[in-house]
Design a protein around this ligand. Sequence first.
Ligand code: BGC
Length: 333
Amino acid sequence: MLSRAKKFCLTALLSAMAISAQEASAQTIKADVFLYSYNDPFIKELSSYYKDPSIVADFKIGIYNSSQDMLAEQSLISRALTKKTQGIIVNPVDANNVKSLIEIAKKADCPIVFINRKPSDEDLLSYDKAFFVGSNSKLAGNLQADIMDRYFKEHTDADKNGDGVIHYALIEGEVNHQDTIQRNLGLNDALEVKAYKYEKDVSIVANWDYNQAYKQFSNYIANPAHLASLECIFSNNDAMAGGVIHALQEKGYNLGQNNEKYIPIIGVDATSNGKTLVDKGYMIASLKNDARAQVMLSLKIISLLNEGKSVDSESLGLNVSSQSLYVPYSVIE
Ligand code: BGC
């Protein structure tokens, strides 16, 4: 977790960046952003910050959709490099297959910052101008467990049969994604030390996607015994939580604050849709995956490297280890 001093530094850095962005500098940096898919609601929101004039005033930004196609991604990046880009920011299609992207950036001596989808440390460390900016997902899992446990303490009849054992469903993102892995590790670690005992009834891998979550969860609760025994739901993101809530609502559950049929569910991201689900009382909380801070840090890294300065915990106000940075989460409820 971040120390108070580090948190303060990050906040100070982000506001200083906003101020310097407002005083548009004569020295504009040309940077290009490559997103794995515009169909992903969190990534769509993240991309909007690369268009926010208060953030990008010092940059000339190009934004490209790789449409989940690695070949398209590679050729878009090669083209940007031939057009003398000064910074590549990639949200890679496949984070386990980025060696060639790092190689072409290295050949052109161009900084490359990965955002949201993390390559291995080995790949990052193969080039001293390659960095990763993401979120502290273990913390998100810890917070999900804490919030849910507090819910059961405050609503003792939510433990339907009063046996002190809470039966839950886990809705998972892409299996190899660092956020899926870390959120679930953080969740398990924190659940293990609670007074209630938590038992997983089912894991559903829905790859971050609303429709996949809706279909698979609908099938699961089509069995009345499954629905009857389920006491809470942890979702790795808000989009999948939305799909699950849709399926629950078709069964008359989670229709609003005063609804007796209610299964507590918690998401991650706090996208605008996620916040609406919380505001309407369909979902108990979400955890803010701070896309704005991640975007600002990615740009700060590009400018530091272009100025020949070092990228470290001091220059960024956030711990940098193995060329990676993890922005903390906050609770939205
Ligand atoms: C977000 C997901 C998103 C994924 C894309 C995660 O950090 O929580 O909503 O689909 O990143 O890589």
